[in-house]
Design a protein around this ligand. Structure first.
Ligand code: ADP
Ligand code: MG
Length: 363
């Protein structure tokens, strides 16, 4: 029988008690003691899976401290992101503490990948088990607004932001080989006139079996947000999908195209489409249906699948070709994969004691 009250009690307890459990306090205490942090104060955000705190570093600069919650309930539905993840075979669902360490580690690695290719994202300062210290995005201790809270002064500035986001998703896919997986107006900060990507613990390799499904959802979220803001010149979901996944369509769409080239490509494509009458005024009801269809469409994995389709018209063909440009998912045979220990982003002084609590349950 489903005990609703009981479940609420449990999650309530997780929020109020579990966050600053003795282990977390000890990790923060050590960080302060070592001079890495001067102080940790002020909760920036309390979420389902993590809390974010404001901290001051030893050198006086500010930092964000993301503390993952060890609640079992919360992490159950995240399994889909790790199942089939080559990098995280070590993922252990029976031990919640190990699990949250995996998420923190994943977030740190993914943030590193973004920063490596010049995508705006918080720099990782240090990772200690389930506590991730990173660059604070904001001014004077005030976190930058999320995209949701941004009021665009003009349609031009809104469009600039839209284009920047489309280009960012492509670079993330092509250069970082990552799909965000939870891209929305909540996980993008607006800082110094640009978008900053956050919350990438669930991001997956583009070869992950679900990567394309996640990418399609991300794309729908992006368009739905700007549609809601009254943006009148959105790309179709198919065009956006092709733009993100296709390589080498002319000079501008190469794997290492610059932001400027990619933006130029998008603007030119839109002009062409609008002149050809392919893009018309936004019909909100139709757009909503399109989004639902787009998320559900079956992705052909090979050419044989398409030959079954009856004479696709040019647009469908272009879309399907776009889908095929995505490398096939190479599902590793689980038995063949050595349970490699993922490399740490930062040396963990306590790594020796890492597995000391394997057998313990959390609750
Ligand atoms: P959650 O898993 O709870 O969604 P997020 O990483 O999205 O965690 O962070 C939650 C909120 O905390 C964000 O919406 C943002 O307001 C704030 N935040 C997260 N990281 C930073 C950062 N590096 N700098 C400033 N604020 C941040
Ligand atoms: Mg978030």
């Amino acid at each position: 029988k489903y005990h609703k009250t009981n479940e609420i009690d449990r999650s309530e307890r997780a929020t109020t008690e579990n966050v600053m459990d003795p282990r977390t306090r000890m990790i923060l205490y050590k960080l302060v003691n070592s001079g890495m942090l001067r102080e940790v104060n002020g909760c920036v955000s309390t979420g389902k899976e993590a809390n974010v705190y404001y901290a001051v570093r030893g050198d006086g600069s500010d930092a964000a401290v993301k503390v993952y919650k060890t609640s079992i309930l919360v992490f159950k539905d995240r399994e889909q992101y790790v199942a089939g993840e080559f990098r995280f075979q070590r993922y252990c669902k029976s031990n919640p503490r190990k699990m949250v360490r995996t998420w923190a580690e994943k977030e740190a690695r993914n943030l590193g990948r973004l920063a490596n290719v010049g995508i705006r994202a918080p720099r990782v300062v240090i990772l200690r088990q389930h506590v991730l210290v990173m660059e604070f995005i904001g001014v004077d201790g005030w976190p930058a607004p999320r995209l949701k809270e941004v009021k665009f002064p003009s349609t031009t500035s809104m469009d600039r932001c839209y284009l920047e986001l489309c280009v960012t998703v492509r670079i993330m896919f092509q250069s970082c080989k990552l799909v965000h997986g939870d891209l929305s107006e909540y996980n993008l900060l607006f800082h110094e006139g640009h978008l900053v990507v956050i919350d990438v613990s669930q991001s997956v390799e583009h070869e992950h079996p679900q990567a394309i499904a996640f990418l399609r959802r991300d794309i729908v979220n992006v368009n739905a947000f700007f549609r809601g803001r009254g943006h009148q010149h959105l790309f179709t979901l198919q065009d956006l999908y092709s733009f993100i996944t296709v390589v080498d369509d002319g000079d501008l769409l190469r794997p290492l195209s610059t932001r400027e080239q990619l933006t130029e490509y998008l603007v030119a494509m839109r002009e062409e489409r609008e002149q050809a009458g392919v893009y018309g005024p936004v019909d909100i009801e139709q757009a909503k249906i399109d989004e639902q269809v787009f998320m559900r469409i079956e992705v052909p994995r090979s050419l044989e699948c398409i030959s079954d389709m009856k004479a696709p018209n040019a647009e469908v063909r272009g879309f399907v070709e776009g889908l095929l440009a995505v490398p096939e998912a190479k599902d590793p045979e689980p038995s063949e994969v050595a349970p490699a220990k993922p490399k740490r982003i930062v040396a963990d002084a306590e790594s020796g004691s890492e597995d000391d609590d394997d057998e313990e349950g959390e609750e």
